[in-house]
Design a protein around this ligand. Structure first.
Ligand code: NAD
Length: 390
């Protein structure tokens, strides 16, 4: 159980790039990083507009001289301070992630980067090599991966409670962009601009989230080949898609499917994963994250409740309040940030055993998300053909 006891020797001195006033995701990074006192925000280049970033940073309580005009100035100045930052989180539009992550690693910082890590597998692999060479942690924020029922699913599947895995059905399909809302919304506008969003919109923006949940639940699963069809129902978004279907065949005979969609009119979020085995199925939906369906063939449906003593110890280790009270996205993110901090501390002291005991969305998850999107786009743009997963 997580109860606020200090889990690292001292909070990690931490900076942010992006996540400024009005950004969608900045607050949850700060809330998650600081909740368990594992990080302390001491510096930032919070905004593309330097003056607005300074104003916002000081309003957060960051010293004025540590609110920087851009990330380069921050990395340089912080490296000269004896109390400079040890880690940085990057919460900027996608097109900036590669350069900022690269610069942070070169400055000797641990990194938490938003997804997608970058645009091409070659870039992602270059970042992985750099992180290994510099012995730095790179976390990637697939936020719900930190939810305890995802741990529960992982443990149940590993224990064989579903039998042989046959089908993995995934979706992240919301309706918020059913119309061209980007005309009046800057945070949506860059998402449909290939220069800032990269080669895809919904595949990279949301499809990779349930894909990563499947990687947590089924760590042995390997994609053999996939086929993707993508559409731009709001035509001005072309060539980027606002809907995509991806069919996958895995090594060993299982099959999977990801529906990535921003035009699922009426749907609030619609992130779901259903894992179907030869004996039973599990289903989790992020709009009701405290319950997971466990359906054994021929028996009544069971609803597993978060926080209850019948869960596996790995799931209960992430519990904060016990059963009955809801936990959700914020707690899942806090659990991830706690693991990032533990990984950073273990890396700094060269503690291989502690690192082996931790799992979190790191650089491999970042590489895999980019690689999956690249394959989906290649398949879709060739006319929805099967492509080998290489
Ligand atoms: P946003 O447009 O709402 O905010 C972007 C912020 O970054 C703004 O404050 C902007 O001023 C700042 N910024 C832009 N360029 C900058 C630069 N070069 N230096 C410093 N600051 C800069 O975007 P958002 O929705 O918060 O998304 C940011 C990132 O987070 C994206 O990569 C997105 O894919 C990701 N995201 C992830 C999740 C998740 O669940 N993990 C959810 C939403 C967004």
């Amino acid at each position: 159980m997580i109860n606020g006891e200090q889990r690292v020797p001292a909070p990690i001195r931490w900076g942010m790039v992006g996540g400024g006033r009005g950004s969608q995701i900045g607050y949850i990074h700060r809330s998650a990083a600081e909740r368990d006192r594992v990080f302390t925000l001491v510096a930032g280049a919070f905004d593309i507009d330097a003056a607005r970033g300074r104003d916002f940073g000081t309003a957060l309580g960051v010293a004025l001289d540590r609110c920087y005009a851009d990330y380069r100035a921050m990395f340089e100045a912080e490296a000269r301070r004896p109390d400079g930052i040890q880690a940085v989180s990057i919460a900027t539009p996608n097109g900036t992630h590669y350069a900022i992550t690269r610069a942070a690693l070169e400055a000797g910082l641990h990194v938490v980067c938003e997804k997608p890590l970058c645009f091409t597998t070659a870039e992602a692999q270059a970042l992985r090599a750099l992180a290994a060479e510099r012995r730095r942690v790179v976390g990637v924020t697939y936020g719900y991966a930190g939810h305890q029922l995802i741990e529960q699913a992982r443990a149940m599947i590993a224990a064989g409670e579903l039998g042989e895995i046959r089908i993995v059905q995934m979706q992240f399909a919301h309706g918020f962009h059913s119309e061209a809302v980007e005309a009046a919304n800057p945070a949506t506008k860059w998402r449909v601009d290939p220069k800032m969003a990269g080669p895809s919109y919904v595949l990279g923006d949301i499809g990779t989230h349930p894909l990563y949940l499947s990687e947590v639940m089924l760590p042995e699963l390997r994609i053999k080949r996939l086929m993707c069809s993508r559409q731009s129902f709001v035509p001005s978004r072309a060539p980027l898609e606002d809907n995509a279907f991806t069919l996958m065949e895995y090594e060993g005979g299982a099959v999977g499917y990801v529906w990535s969609c921003a035009v699922n009119a009426g749907s609030m979020h619609g992130q779901k994963i259903r894992v179907i085995g030869s004996k039973a199925s599990l289903e989790w939906w992020d709009e009701q994250p405290n319950q997971m369906r466990f359906e054994v063939q021929g028996q009544p449906v069971r609803i597993l409740e978060r926080g209850m003593g019948y869960l596996h110890p790995q799931a209960l280790a992430d519990d904060r309040i016990g059963g009955g009270h809801p936990e959700g996205l914020f707690e899942a993110w806090s659990n991830l940030y706690l693991r990032y901090a533990q990984a950073m501390v273990a890396t700094d002291r060269g503690d291989a055993a502690a690192l082996a005991a931790l799992h979190y969305p790191g650089i491999d998850a970042g590489v895999e998300g980019v690689r999956w999107v690249e394959h989906c786009v290649r398949s879709a743009d060739a006319g929805a053909v099967w492509v080998d997963y290489v």
